[in-house]
Design a protein around this ligand. Structure first.
Ligand code: FMN
Length: 201
């Protein structure tokens, strides 16, 4: 059986990270369970400059041609009957990228009202890796408290703040670095980024 990873996309800036992550994960022998919030889709279309398209159109155009080893299954955000809603569904981990402050707060409080929130809730209760990638800045005390609560429950907060010590040549390098570190946290092997100590700058 292929390793299963759940990917949530919510309404924060930084949807480019999600698109790149999906591209890379589809080259791996994975079963990817994708859930996108309404604002996640709206902001993705806005940031990518797409118009009048459905999520299925995006998958058909952008992702299917790049699919090598991976399988992609799209679940409607409102479908709480979908497999990721249950702990008996054997997923290896979940990432929410980008993660809005709204979704972060509901995850931190265990308010499992949609499929992203429920799948995250399940991931935490089953003690599986949950990576939340917020983009928001600066952060209010409410944001920080929600991040603390999510961390105490077992999530990893991984702010979308790529480093510069690897001397990026452009946005693609910055995006790849974040995607590579997400893959690390999900225990997925890759060669996307230079490793400190393994290559001379
Ligand atoms: C263009 C745009 C960019 C946004 N960026 C962020 C962001 O970076 N972080 C955030 O927490 N909310 C951001 N928001 C607000 C969220 O989309 C909003 O709170 C929404 O309710 C989140 O819903 P969701 O968690 O169901 O996706 C943005 C909204 C717009 C229109």
């Amino acid at each position: 059986m292929k390793k299963r990873i759940i990917v949530g996309i919510t309404g924060a800036s930084g949807t480019v990270y999600a698109v790149r992550l999906l591209e890379i994960m589809l080259t791996m022998p994975l079963e990817i369970h994708l859930i996108v919030s309404a604002m996640g889709w709206d902001i993705m279309r806005y940031e990518q400059g797409w118009h009048d398209e459905t999520m299925d159109d995006f998958i058909a155009r952008e992702l299917r041609p790049k699919t090598a080893a991976g399988d992609l299954i799209l679940h409607p955000i409102g479908d709480l009957f979908a497999p990721p809603a249950s702990g008996s569904f054997q997923a290896s981990g979940m990432v929410v990228v980008p993660c809005s402050m709204r979704t972060l707060s509901t995850i931190a409080r265990g308010h499992a009202g949609n499929l992203i929130e429920r799948a995250a809730d399940v991931t935490l209760k089953e003690r599986r890796p949950l990576v939340l990638v917020p983009r928001e800045t600066p952060l209010s005390l409410i944001h920080l408290r929600n991040m603390t609560a999510a961390t105490e429950a077992g999530a990893v907060i991984m702010p979308a703040s790529p480093p510069f010590y690897h001397k990026p040549e452009g946005i693609a390098d910055l995006v790849n670095f974040m995607v590579g570190r997400i893959l690390d946290l999900l225990h997925l092997e890759h060669h996307l980024i230079p490793r400190w100590g393994e290559r001379h700058a």
